[in-house]
Design a protein around this ligand. Structure first.
Ligand code: GZL
Ligand code: ZN
Length: 384
């Protein structure tokens, strides 16, 4: 179905729609009280509920479009299938861009291969789809193909990871990754002080090299390594996979045996692999262990590990951007203005309840104070 000529009035300001959670102006630190805990639990459920609510808005809007017989064709070039997070992110887009919602979705799993991802986008141009959605494996190498999309008159929406060498796309929905890294550093500083741990010898298992999620988390956390004078022994990529996390941790256990007391994994699947390697090497971790284990994503299986005290802190990255992305496409199709940036809500989860909040200067230079949420079974059950 040929797309309507869509006159898109873009808001020039890079206004970010902050939802509650990381990166926004944080609520005042909650007092240690049971209502704060239940508030936190409902906040976790809200992450899913707001996605569901947005999904129903899409469905009703699509109802009208379906009545007019208009199907919107969308090409989606997804990173791959490397993690639990990715599975949830793919499902979020596929559910939002469903046939009953008036979409014809062409989905390509690019298997963590940047060349394949560029080829998928060029194929979408050949197919003359109405819109293209990209979750970019790495943040550079995009300007040429985005120019080709622009020349073909096909609007591009970027989700999750960012494209840093071109702004030839209409909108982006995702995370402030640097804040995730900063929050992890702020938490570790307060946690070590509360536990009386003077010396931090840190090993990092980073995500896919050059992915904005990796760049942001490393940059944010390294602010604390530098300002606190922590000893970062090594940083190697685990490519956001469990196998990668296990391989890197196996080599760390050999090279740094007995010399480290913190492991930072840039997603939960790497953390699961690191746990396997530390178990095999007889290294204890978590709340009652010798090693503090920090992770990102806070997927259901990761939060279960936090509940069991096997991961000390898990900084959520919210994968449910499908509904926001579909609403942007529907607005564009209706010739409406869209925000250039939309940030997802992202709570910070912890295994213990003694620390209530963290205060830090976020990526936008604002001083923020954000709750730390002790994980309960209710929160695990409500996770994405
Ligand atoms: C972050 C996302 C990352 C997740 C990983 O937004 O791109 O990629 O943190 C995933 O789990 O593989
Ligand atoms: Zn995130």
């Amino acid at each position: 179905m040929k797309r309507k000529v869509v006159s898109v009035l873009l808001s020039t300001a890079m206004a970010a729609t902050m939802l509650a959670g990381c990166g926004g102006s944080a609520p005042a630190p909650a007092a240690a009280s049971s209502e704060a805990a239940s508030e936190a639990a409902s906040q976790a459920a809200e992450t899913v509920a707001s996605a569901e609510e947005a999904a129903s808005e899409i469905a009703s809007e699509a109802g009208a479009d379906a009545a007019s017989g208009e199907t919107i064709s969308v090409g989606f070039a997804q990173v791959g299938h490397e993690s639990d997070w990715r599975t949830a992110a793919t499902k979020s887009v596929q559910d939002a861009f469903s046939a009953e919602n008036g979409f014809d979705l062409q989905f390509v799993d690019c298997d963590n291969d940047s060349a394949a991802q560029l080829e998928a986008v060029r194929n979408f141009i050949q197919q003359d789809v109405d819109y293209i959605v990209i979750d970019p494996i790495v943040s550079t190498g995009w300007d040429t193909v985005l120019q080709e999309c622009e020349d073909a008159g096909i609007p591009v929406i970027v989700i999750d990871r960012t494209i840093d060498d071109s702004d030839k796309y209409t909108a982006w929905v995702g995370s402030q990754f640097k804040n995730e890294g900063i929050a992890a550093g702020a938490w570790l500083k307060d946690y070590a002080a509360a536990k009386g741990i003077e010396e931090l010898n840190i090993l990092v298992i980073s995500g896919t090299t050059g992915a904005s999620a990796q760049l942001g988390r490393s940059e944010g956390f390294d602010q604390y390594v530098d300002s606190e004078g922590w000893n970062k022994l090594d940083e190697q990529t685990g490519d956001f996979t469990q196998e990668g996390g296990q391989e890197v941790m196996e080599s760390y256990c050999k090279s740094y045996n007995g010399k480290f007391n913190v492991v930072v994994c840039q997603n939960d699947n790497e953390a699961f692999g690191a746990q396997q390697a530390m178990d095999a090497a007889g290294v204890s971790y978590g709340v009652d262990g010798d090693v503090i284990l920090i992770s990102f994503d806070a997927c259901t299986a990761g939060l279960q590990q936090v509940l069991e005290g096997k991961i000390n802190a898990d900084f959520q990255c919210n994968p449910l951007s499908g509904p926001d992305c579909a609403k942007i496409v529907q607005s564009l199709q209706a010739g409406e203005e869209v925000q250039k940036e939309t940030f997802m809500a992202e709570p910070w989860y912890v295994a213990e309840s003694d620390l209530k909040s963290i205060t830090y200067t976020n990526a936008s230079g604002e001083e923020v104070t954000e709750d730390l949420i002790p994980v309960t079974q209710e929160i695990v059950d409500a996770a994405y």
